[in-house]
Design a protein around this ligand. Structure first.
Ligand SMILES: [Zn+2]
Length: 463
């Protein structure tokens, strides 16, 4: 395919925006780029897509999401509103994930994938939980991702919160899917696997040790870290160590690992993360929603930790997450110099692409250059002030809207053209999702605990 008459934002360092340019795509990769008139001759009989002057950019990447949370939208939490993040887990997320069956898992993913295509997010790193439907759940997600045409990294969150049998089942689900991705290369290499762990506060030493022992050496562990102080208090009570130290001692903090949130970590933990070469993902909308604080993204970056941007199950319109990151740190520190546009772009563009690149090693992604994966979006943005490659992050922060995405392509295949979805049937998915969500909402209250347990540690000891 040849995309002509586009304004290219290649995200290559020091490369200006390239007006009236074309990109030739062959075998899922960017073959070449150049002025539209020059490249037209190269295309031969290839299909031509006239971009009409729109911006052509690499698709967005999401470093941490939860497809399974899709049915939470509009759900009423019974009883007293949760007063803190541990209560949100007990009253919302844990009863909700227990209410999911196979079809609900599949459709919650499809709902998110529709949203991702419409808003130009082409790679998603998911963290899944469905304690009453564990075995095979990553295959159901994989099937949905395959149908959508998007690119995704999947894992199942191992936890001891539902007893040793389900912890064991979670481990096996991760191992099975890791092996499947290694041996089968599902969805033509658009699917990859990590090893999911919920968080230190719901994982026993026995389970942590088993996860490390069973997983291959180069496994990426994807785990929530110190999203709330409770994770630290729990870890100190269990082990005398802080969360990152505890996970590190079990060999789970490595160069591939994704540590989501890292809000309540100290300097020594940051140093450990930096030395291990792990990734941190930042989810500002979720952090604000849960009232858990703001991670020291600038300190971590300065220390050399690659901080990435995820959405934690909020909408897959990643520019909204850019805006939240940009605003949160200014108000949190009462300093408008915090979280500059350049820093947010570094997280969302450079770091997210490098993180995704460790799972999809066949070709570079997150840039437009010959040989890169053709994961591209068209954006109908009409700037009213001068637009350059240098100030593009600030145009994204102050001018872009997710609805401006008109076309989404992954591996050279169009998934949306002129805002029309080509792989997924949105009307069918929305209709069926609504029915399934209603069923999930019916089951959900039966899993909501009546009384607040005194603490997660004591609760687990009873289990
Ligand atoms: Zn999360």
């Amino acid at each position: 395919m040849l995309i002509t008459n586009a304004k290219l934002a290649t995200w290559q360092p020091d490369q200006p925006l390239l007006a009236d340019h074309a990109v030739l795509i062959k075998a899922g990769l960017v073959h070449s780029l150049g002025p539209s008139d020059e490249l037209s001759e190269l295309a031969g009989t290839d299909e031509v897509l006239d971009a009409g002057g729109q911006l052509l950019m690499p698709g967005n990447i999401c470093a941490h999401t939860h497809f399974y949370g899709a049915f939470a939208r509009g759900l009423a939490i019974p009883g007293q509103p949760p007063a803190d993040f541990p209560a949100i887990l007990r009253k919302l997320w844990w009863p909700l994930d227990k209410s999911l069956n196979a079809e609900a898992v599949r459709y919650s993913a499809l709902v998110c994938l529709v949203d991702a295509i419409k808003h130009g997010t082409t790679t998603l790193i998911d963290h899944h939980a469905s304690p009453n439907a564990i075995d095979g759940s990553l295959d159901w997600l994989a099937q949905a991702v395959d149908e959508s045409g998007l690119r995704a990294v999947l894992c199942y969150e191992v936890t001891d919160r539902d007893g040793p049998e389900r912890a064991q089942a979670g481990m096996q689900e991760n191992l099975r899917f890791l092996e499947r991705c290694r041996s089968e290369r599902p969805a033509d290499g658009r699917l990859a696997a990590a090893f999911g762990l919920h968080a230190s506060l719901t994982l026993t030493d026995t389970t942590l040790a088993a996860c490390r022992e069973l997983a291959p050496a180069d496994t990426a562990f994807h785990v929530h870290v110190a999203e709330h102080e409770a994770d630290q208090y729990d870890s100190l009570a269990r082990s005398g160590q802080r969360v990152v130290e505890r996970l590190h001692e079990f060999g789970l903090v490595n160069q591939y690992s994704i540590l989501a949130h890292c809000i309540h970590i100290d300097a020594a933990e940051m140093r450990l993360i930096e030395q291990a070469g792990s990734w941190v993902s930042h989810q500002p909308r979720s952090n604000m929603n849960n009232g858990v604080g703001a991670a020291d993204i600038e300190g971590m970056q300065r220390l050399g930790i690659p901080v990435c941007l995820g959405n934690d199950g909020f909408s897959n319109a990643m520019w909204q997450e850019w805006k939240a990151a940009y605003l949160l740190h200014k108000i949190w520190h009462r300093d408008p110099r915090r979280a500059s546009g350049a820093l947010v772009a570094q997280m969302a563009i450079g770091n997210n692409a490098r993180l995704a690149g460790q799972f999809f090693r066949q070709a570079p992604l997150g840039v437009i250059e010959p040989g890169a994966l053709a994961d591209l979006i068209l954006v109908d943005y009409q700037p009213t002030t001068p637009l350059t490659a240098g100030n593009l992050p600030w145009h994204i922060l102050f001018g872009f809207e997710p609805s401006m995405v008109t076309a989404t392509m992954v591996a050279g295949k169009l998934l949306m053209k002129d805002r029309r979805l080509l792989t997924l049937d949105e009307a069918e998915i929305s209709a069926r999702a609504k029915e399934l969500a209603a069923d999930v909402w019916q089951r959900y209250p039966s899993f909501v605990p009546a009384d607040e347990p005194p603490s997660i540690v004591e609760n687990e000891e009873q289990a």
